[in-house]
Structure formats: structure tokens, C-alpha cells
Design a protein around this ligand. Structure first.
Ligand code: BV8
Length: 229
């Protein structure tokens, strides 16, 4: 019986909810260079482009027909039912895990529904799109809020908590991630090193990552509920 579970999710778990992944044909990055929309340098170079990139994703999450799918809901049920320790670390910046009911959740790459004051680091729930009028209320005069998102070259959030959980976990499950972005892509090596069972859930036809001991091929909305039941 497992006592400490760490679940890592990527864009693939939200794909069936209608949110684009990063590296599929019609993925987010197909329309943009990472350097232009997901780096501090890109934000300095063309703030309006970056704001448009995040505003459109924020609007889709708020007003689009985007809802948690069976995989999100199954993970929330697991958290409720599991008597041991469970931490859900997501690379995703959408709030579908929260909408599904997950509470023991860590957004290591930030959150689309929040803005951050560039001076104080304070975060604010977004009430309007990013732009010249969307200012923080923690400074005088207010600073223009930036997306509360971890860009390439920026330190992911909650790394101490994640490393502590990786060293303790006896089951590590990665769901819907291409394993291309570090440090998340290296978590499986740490879990293996500490003797955890490591499991990967990804689409069939996708090259499994050899570092995982077990692979379940199929859509997350089909596989994850079966794993949880
Ligand atoms: C860091 C937020 C150090 C933005 C994201 C040079 C300079 C600096 C750093 C580096 C460098 N070279 C390399 C690095 C490290 C860099 C990195 O890894 N680069 C890569 C490109 C090589 N990492 C970083 O920069 C990180 N920070 O290293 O800091 C540091 C140290 C000290 C002090 C300061 C700094 C920060 C990385 C975070 C970047 N931000 N997101 C945004 O969201 O807009 S990353 C972005 O990619 C998303 O968060 C996403 O989660 C992540 C990974 O992608 P996936 O989630 O895996 O999505 P993808 O589309 O790739 O794959 C989807 C998968 O799902 C596929 O496998 C598909 O088959 C599967 N799937 C699809 N449908 C389904 C499915 N599976 C199941 N069911 C389905 N239905």
C-alpha cells in the first residue's frame, strides 16, 4: 500500500477540456516562439504581444466552454479518498484542478488567473485583462501587473516543497507531459533514486519515457479514472 503519492500533470491532462497543449501541431508554441511569449526578455521586448498571449488564454479559461474532465475529477476523488499523503504538482497554469476540487495542489509554473506586481511580488486575482490600466494596489503609484507565470529562465515555484515530496514519495505518477521542460522533466529520476514506483500516463503512439517503470497508454480521461478506482 502506498503512503506518499506525488502526481505531476502537464498540458495533456487539460487537452480534452479544450485547452491547447504546447507541442502538438496546433499547439500554443506553434503560433509563437517561446522566446517571444514565455521569457522575461520577450516581455521586455514586446509587452503587448505577451499580454495578448496570456489575455487570450485567460479569456478562454473564463468564458470558453472549458471544464475539468474525468481525469481532473478522478485526481480530486483520489485526494479525498487516499488516507496517506498526496501532493498534486501541476505544470499547467489553468485552474481546472481547482475547479475539479483538488486542494493539495501546487502550480510550479504559476497561475493564469493571477497577476503579479513586478516590484513587491504580491499576486492578485485578475479582474480584467493585462494592460496599461491593470495596476497593482500594493505600490504607489501602482505598478503594471505581469502574468503570474514562470517563464523560461525563471525559478519555478514551490521547489523546496516539491523536492521534499519527491524524496518521500513511494509512488510518482506523471500524466500528460512531454517531459521536455526542466526541472519538472527530472522529477522522475529523483523519484526513482529514492525507490518510488514511477508511472507515466500518455497517449498511445507517443514514445514512452524509459525512466518510468510503468506506462499506461491512452487518453488521460480514460486511464486516470481507471487508475484511481
Ligand atoms: C529554470 C509557463 C533555472 C508559461 C512554462 C537556458 C536558460 C535558462 C534555463 C534553461 C536553459 N536551457 C534549458 C533550461 C531550462 C528550461 C527548460 O527546461 N527549457 C527546455 C525548453 C529545454 N527551464 C526553465 O527555464 C525553468 N526554469 O530552469 O530556472 C533557474 C535557476 C536559478 C535561478 C533562476 C532560474 C522554467 C520552465 C518553466 C517555463 N514555463 N510554462 C506558460 O504556460 O505559458 S513551461 C510550459 O511547458 C508549460 O508549463 C508546460 O507545462 C510545460 C511542459 O509542457 P507539457 O506540459 O509537457 O506540454 P507539452 O505540450 O509539451 O506535452 C503535452 C503532453 O501531453 C504530450 O506528451 C502529449 O502526448 C500528451 N497528451 C496530449 N493529450 C493527452 C496527452 N496525454 C494524455 N491524455 C491526453 N488527452
Amino acid at each position: 500500500m502506498y503512503r506518499h503519492i506525488l502526481v505531476l500533470t502537464g498540458a495533456g491532462i487539460s487537452a480534452e477540456s479544450g485547452l491547447k497543449t504546447f507541442r502538438a501541431q496546433d499547439g500554443l508554441w506553434e503560433e509563437h516562439d517561446i522566446e517571444d511569449v514565455a521569457t522575461p526578455e520577450g516581455y521586455q521586448r514586446d509587452r503587448a504581444l505577451v499580454e495578448r498571449f496570456y489575455n487570450s488564454r485567460w479569456q478562454q479559461l473564463r468564458h470558453g466552454d472549458v471544464h475539468p474532465n474525468a481525469a481532473h475529477l478522478a485526481l480530486a476523488r483520489l485526494e479525498q479518498a487516499f488516507p496517506g499523503e498526496l501532493l498534486l504538482v501541476t505544470q499547467n497554469i489553468d485552474n481546472l484542478h481547482e475547479q475539479a476540487g483538488s486542494k493539495r495542489l501546487l502550480h510550479m509554473h504559476g497561475e493564469l488567473v493571477k497577476g503579479r506586481c513586478p516590484s513587491s511580488g504580491q499576486t492578485f486575482l485578475l479582474r480584467e485583462p493585462f494592460g496599461p490600466d491593470n495596476l497593482c494596489t500594493c505600490c504607489i503609484p501602482g505598478q503594471r501587473l505581469r502574468p503570474h507565470v514562470v517563464w523560461f529562465g525563471e525559478m519555478p515555484l514551490g521547489m523546496d516543497k516539491i523536492h521534499a515530496a519527491l524524496e518521500r514519495c513511494d509512488l510518482f505518477i506523471a500524466i500528460g507531459t512531454s517531459g521536455t521542460v526542466y526541472p519538472a522533466a527530472g522529477f522522475v529520476d529523483t523519484a526513482n533514486h529514492h525507490g518510488a514506483r514511477t508511472v507515466e500516463v500518455n497517449l498511445s503512439g507517443v514514445e514512452p519515457h524509459s525512466q518510468f517503470q510503468c506506462h499506461f497508454e491512452g487518453k488521460a480521461s480514460v486511464i486516470v479514472p481507471k487508475l484511481v478506482e
